[in-house]
Design a protein around this ligand. Sequence first.
Ligand code: ADP
Ligand code: ASP
Ligand code: MG
Length: 436
Amino acid sequence: MLVMKFGGTSVGSSERIKALVKLVVSEQNKIVVLSAMAGTTNSLVEICNSLYNKETEKANQQINSLEEKYFQEIQKLYTTNENRERGKELIKSHFDYLRSFTQDMFTLFEERAVLAQGELISTAMFHFYLKEININSILLPALNFMRIDENDEPDYISIKENLNKELEKYPNQKLFITQGYICRNAFGEIDNLKRGGSDYTASIIGGVLKAKEIQIWTDIDGMHNNDPRIVEGTKPIAKLSFDEAAELAYFGAKILHPQSVFPAQQNHVPVRLKNTMQPEAEGTIISDHSDGTGIKAIAAKDDITAIKIKSGRMLLAYGFLRKVFEVFEIYKTSIDMITTSEVAVSLTIDNNKNIAEITQELEKFGQVEIDENLTIICIVGDLVAESKGLALTIFDALKNIPVRMISYGGSTHNISVLIKTENKKEALNALHKKLF
Ligand code: ADP
Ligand code: ASP
Ligand code: MG
């Protein structure tokens, strides 16, 4: 089994959807995971905001204008009038559903149902297109098998069982299509795997089925050695280890959802990053094996908050750090970086939801300082052999930029530096120049 995931731009227009056919049709058994068409999830988020704010008029306008875009794509995608009509009906049913939310109370529950529409529409459109051109495929509803538990973690046992049940219904089928991103939660409600979550869907499916390979098809020729949106002249990396790719994804390389490497890694299923606009480009292969030593790439993660707890009295007493960590555990907030000194401990979090409660708890241990709008710059590679002088090179590159925290030695493939977000562009460019 092969798992192929196509992101928003890869299904972003009728032409792009048509272009997928030659990529997915072959003798190989495969599950094709689709994102919503580019821009759709953002539009759905805006519609949700209007509905939350009870701006019914605005919500209706937003819904109608998104629907109109889909009507235009339908006209171009299908050839016969009959199919165009059926396509239009399909779109209309999803948008009538969205319009129904303008009448009622709007809560988180409804929001998740709204956000799910993008993937439901794109997969239905593609499935119906394949039918029009006489290619057999099965549309597998992700809501029948993709589940998260009460901690928002994939429920692998139930996913495996339910997905296999779905697949067993069609023993002679080769081509399956399913929705990325969407799932059910522990209460059976519609939920999602957070923004960019279609990568995660593909990796979870590939992992539980122990697929031959998971392919992430997107709009760029693989993982680049720096953020191409910010730095000019970045280059694709041919090979990465799972650990290196996981660090890059977690620390901001948008090409992969932050958690998406883990299920593939657990099951030793290689992940290949490919470009739909340039399928012949080599891309990146992520597997158990790395490619040589040295620095491979740089990534940056924004919206970081640093918390400093000053406590001369207690800091080095045993048990102190445990008490600090317990506070974060209670509020389900994970810690990214940590540094300690004789009189204070500093750590960073990327989720500010419970910052007020966390601060209040931590104040029991000492004086607490909060610093927001920070960015973690993460330098990734196999850093053992070339570690001599590496820190010097990095700090030389950053010599004009104030550094708030450093994390070095936690693993052999990551050095992290915390800076103000306003210095990110300069830091990424300066490091790129020095390191590559
Ligand atoms: P998709 O919609 O296919 O999931 P995304 O927009 O989520 O695509 O991810 C691809 C984008 O990630 C690229 O267009 C690029 O701008 C961005 N990106 C950020 N960092 C990197 C990186 N290190 N390597 C490649 N792409 C990156
Ligand atoms: N459509 C979702 C998003 O835009 C999921 C994805 O594209 O991976 O976040
Ligand atoms: Mg993405």
